[in-house]
Ligand binder design. Structure first.
Ligand code: GLU
Length: 447
């Protein structure tokens, strides 16, 4: 039997990092088992679903290079089938029309809440010949008198048990023509021949409902695995109020390989910290996915990203950033970047620095001393391009005037326009020497 998995994001917002992690684990599982991975847009909630969200989901998955098999599937394309199966179940009296009014249901829900009972709605009339008036909400007939415990072997969490009598006659359609999530997800998974449902732990309490629908339809139940959630530092499910959660927001700062490596390693212990998708496939086993959620640690993500940035060739780095900088200057940046957008801190590599004259002054030194120091440094830089010779000569100059800072500080500011930068000797070596001398002249003229 060929393994077939899917992710089924609802297009009601941008692709969340948690869904991206679920996509990765589904993808790894499919690849490991020579199976197939599908993308289904679960647009059953027509009011909240948007085209923009769908585009965002596709953009994010494409950026992460998590390629799905076949075309994108849409739940709304399967509506005729939902109706056909709901009718079949109506005829078999496995679902029924509920004739309770909205107000009655509301009052029932409130009284259960007050009594601290789990919310559920049980219809007495489901057993009657008519099964409620036709039209309106369609519910699955669940025997509330049964003491059955619905169990399934979750591939991540082990055996999971739910009492059937807590479920009530849950709704499966707003009407016969408007199937709800619980029904649509089951029918879509059946039609797509999904063998393994790997999804977020927030769906675990839906699974007994889905099992009852599979049973009502008389179809075999897939294997379930509920993946741990991505948590915010306060250990609640990470959401927008904790910061950026949309994968596409990460594009400006992170390499897709780094984000995937981070997401993969968040809820799985691989043999090493840095690994490619192919290496993750090799090691991946569903049963080893962690049971408990992990906190989204941005420092860790930044570190992983910095390691991937370091490995970029100068051609890769330049095409990624679109920057025109000398090849010799690329390592100066890639060895120090955690986030791609921080590249702006190195703007002196591709444009003239801009700064106030005061920045050139080292501590309480006098402007004429700074000027002298820069003139001496200029002479050294005119004479040789050899990095080590330059360093030695600048060190000697520092000793001669008895103040190392008076040599290096103004030189750094003249060349970079900044208080902080990599070693000025390295910056000077990475830049075109003519440009360096011009920058020193500009500085001297300011004083
Ligand atoms: N549409 C659901 C969601 O976005 C996923 C349901 C599932 O994977 O079964 O959370």
């Amino acid at each position: 039997m060929k393994v077939k998995v899917r992710i089924a994001p609802s297009p009601t917002g941008n692709l969340h990092v948690g869904t991206a992690q679920a996509a990765l684990y589904n993808w790894l599982f499919a690849k490991k088992n020579k199976g197939e991975f599908y993308l289904r847009i679960e647009d059953t909630d027509k009011e909240r679903s948007t085209k923009e969200s769908e585009e965002n989901i596709i953009e994010a998955l494409t950026w992460l290079d998590l390629r799905w098999d076949g075309p994108v599937v849409h739940s709304t394309d399967n509506q005729a089938r939902y109706r056909e199966l709901l009718e079949k179940l109506l005829n078999e009296k496995k679902v029924f029309y509920c004739h309770h009014a909205q107000g009655e249901l509301e009052a029932e829900r409130k009284s259960q809440e007050m009594a601290k009972l789990p919310p559920r709605h049980v219809c007495e009339h489901k057993y009657s010949e008519r099964g409620g008036e036709s039209g309106g909400i369609v519910r699955l007939a669940v025997n509330e008198k049964s003491d059955r415990v619905i169990t399934f072997e979750d591939q991540v969490r082990g055996r999971v048990e739910f009492k059937q009598n807590l479920l009530g006659d849950f709704s499966v359609g707003r009407s016969i023509d408007d199937a709800l999530y619980h029904f649509a997800v089951v029918v879509d998974d059946i039609d797509m021949e999904i063998t393994h449902v790997l999804r977020g732990e927030d769906h675990i309490s839906n699974t007994p409902k889905h099992i009852l629908i599979y049973e009502a339809l008389g179809l075999s139940i897939p294997v379930f695995a509920h993946l741990p959630l991505i948590l915010a530092p306060d250990r609640s499910k990470m959401s927008k109020r904790h910061g950026d959660t949309a994968v596409t927001v990460f594009k400006k700062d992170y390499l897709p390989e780094a984000l995937l490596n981070f997401l993969g390693a968040m809820s799985y212990t691989f043999s090493k910290e840095l690994l490619t998708k192919e290496e993750m496939i090799e090691e991946f086993e569903l049963s080893k996915v962690h049971k408990s959620g992990a906190v989204f640690n941005v420092d860790k993500l930044n570190w992983i990203n910095s390691q991937y940035i370091r490995r970029l060739t100068s051609t890769e780095f330049k095409s990624l950033t679109g920057l025109k900088i000398p090849d010799s200057a690329v390592p100066l940046v890639t060895e120090r970047l955690e986030k791609l957008s921080d590249v702006k801190n190195f703007d002196y590599l591709w444009q003239e620095p801009e700064y106030e004259k005061e920045l050139l002054i080292w501590k309480d030194s006098r402007p004429e001393d700074v000027k002298n120091s820069l003139e001496e440094s200029r002479k050294i830089l005119e004479k040789t391009e050899d990095k080590e010779k330059v360093r030695k000569a600048l060190d000697e100059l520092g000793q001669k005037i008895g103040n190392r800072g008076l040599v290096y500080w103004p030189l750094r500011v003249a060349v970079t326009g900044k208080e902080k930068s990599p070693d000025p000797v390295e910056v000077v070596a990475a830049l075109n020497r003519e440009d360096v001398l011009k920058r020193i002249d500009v500085a001297i003229n300011k004083l």
